[in-house]
Design a protein around this ligand. Structure first.
Ligand SMILES: CC(C)(COP(=O)(O)OP(=O)(O)OC[C@H]1O[C@@H](n2cnc3c(N)ncnc32)[C@H](O)[C@@H]1OP(=O)(O)O)[C@@H](O)C(=O)NCCC(=O)NCCS
Length: 149
């Protein structure tokens, strides 16, 4: 079944906390951090979920109200059992559809091959690196997307 992609609602919060923990382990956002993300929905956050009866993926964007300001893709994840079935791509498509005319930036660990490949497939290009940014000395890659006209 192809999940529906829809904006998150408050009732999704527990599922997102749990899925984030599964996907990011010790780097997961806390319950408080997720609550802050939801508090900012009216301000500058967009949270989309992939819903197939339960939440199987999500993407979080920081979308400043000023159109000239860059959008940041803060997080994207898909439940491990359903990876490589197109859900990450569905979430990216829906996220970027909300970024018409904007520049989108993100940061990703250089060794996160699945994410780097996903982003590259959507036209994100590496523009810079933070050398040795992560514990263990891994680089953070900064990638940029601009809507092609
Ligand atoms: C990155 C992630 C969201 C991709 O989600 P997904 O649902 O598996 O992605 P899709 O099935 O839509 O794949 C889309 C494309 O991404 C790339 N891709 C995804 N997984 C890949 C892998 N393991 N190796 C190489 N490329 C991969 C491919 O180009 C793929 O297209 P293809 O299947 O036609 O080759 C998922 O792997 C994930 O949740 N990772 C853990 C969380 C994370 O690291 N998030 C990014 C940092 S915030």
């Amino acid at each position: 079944m192809r999940p529906a992609i829809r904006p998150a609602v408050a009732a999704d919060q527990p599922a997102l906390v749990a899925l984030d923990e599964v996907c990011f382990g010790s780097s997961a956002w806390s319950t408080v951090a997720w609550a802050t993300e939801f508090d900012r929905l009216a301000e500058d956050r967009v949270i989309l979920v992939a819903d197939e009866g339960s939440v199987v993926g999500y993407v979080v964007l920081l979308v400043p109200p000023v159109a000239l300001d860059v959008v940041e893709l803060l997080r994207i994840a898909v439940t491990p059992a359903e990876r490589r079935t197109g859900i990450g791509g569905q979430l990216m498509t829906a996220a970027l559809a909300r970024c018409a005319g904007r520049t989108v930036l993100l940061e990703v660990a250089a060794g996160n091959e699945s994410a780097v490949e996903l982003y590259g497939g959507f036209g994100f290009e590496e523009i810079s690196r933070r050398r040795g940014y992560y514990a263990g000395g891994e680089d953070a890659v900064i990638m940029r997307w601009r809507e092609s006209v």
